[in-house]
Ligand binder design. Structure first.
Ligand SMILES: O=C(O)CCC(=O)C(=O)O
Ligand SMILES: [Fe+2]
Length: 240
């Protein structure tokens, strides 16, 4: 028997941030995993992202719709513009969206599949209600693959021009998802266990909250799925 001591149900982690356990049924998890495997293949496939500081992110990533990644450093001062607001260089942000895998093989980004847009709208409706649906369509997917030692540091999803809720789907291994506040990368935050099949949506006052993945629990994926590791699919509206 595998009874939960504390049954997992819908939980509001912060105003506008909702965790819905077991939102994806086994068939949809399988379908999404197969699709992720296809999206991960070149051209414009899975890559290692380097931060503007030069560090390699441990979660590897592939983008659909628009490619998210670091822009080259400012040619004038060689520093990310975020660190030097007076820099005369042409770049405004250390990360930006582009139509090609600029920090990968340079190929055009794969198109955003309409069925992911429909899934995102269903997710927002279930988590936050139909009034939270954006007028603009969902048009960006980031697929993150986490091996046993991969993590993601605290950050905000702040490169979009839309305040539409972010939709996050988990497949495979369980992780600790840290959901914090809009002001700092530190406390207060809440650690949420995200398992394969779970949905997490953050919008409204939580849209620009810091969040990250401090830990993945290797070997916790449901064996029947056939995924060694964790996949996260993050769906966003670019507002372009
Ligand atoms: O893997 C996750 O659950 C979070 C991913 C994330 O925050 C991102 O891609 O911006
Ligand atoms: Fe994020």
């Amino acid at each position: 028997m595998d009874a939960e001591l504390f049954p997992r149900g819908r939980r509001e982690i912060a105003p506008g941030a909702v965790h819905l356990p077991d939102w994806l049924d086994a068939g949809l998890q399988r379908t999404l995993l197969d699709a992720c495997r296809a999206w991960a293949r070149p051209p414009a496939g899975l890559r290692t992202v380097r931060t503007p500081g030069g560090h390699a992110m441990t979660a590897r990533q592939v983008c659909l719709g628009l490619h998210w990644g670091p822009v080259p450093r400012c040619p004038a001062c060689r520093r990310p513009v975020r660190d030097n607001p007076d820099c005369p260089g042409p770049h405004q942000y250390p990360y930006a969206y582009s139509r090609t895998a600029v920090d990968g093989d340079g190929a055009p980004v794969k198109p955003f599949p309409p069925r992911l847009g429909a899934l995102a709208r269903r997710a927002v409706t279930d988590a936050l209600g139909p009034q939270a649906l954006p007028t603009a369509p969902y048009d960006i997917a980031l697929v993150n693959f986490y091996g046993p030692d991969a993590r993601m540091g605290m950050h905000r999803d702040a490169d979009e021009r839309s305040d539409a809720p972010v939709v996050s789907l988990s497949l495979g291994d369980t992780c600790v998802f840290r959901f914090g506040n809009t002001a700092t990368r530190g406390r207060p935050y809440t650690d949420v266990e995200l398992r394969g099949g779970d949905l997490f949506v953050f919008g409204g006052p939580a849209r620009l909250a810091h969040h990250g993945v401090p830990r993945v629990h290797p070997g916790t994926a449901p064996p029947e799925l056939g995924l060694d590791g964790r996949l996260n699919i993050t769906l966003r509206v670019s507002g372009r």
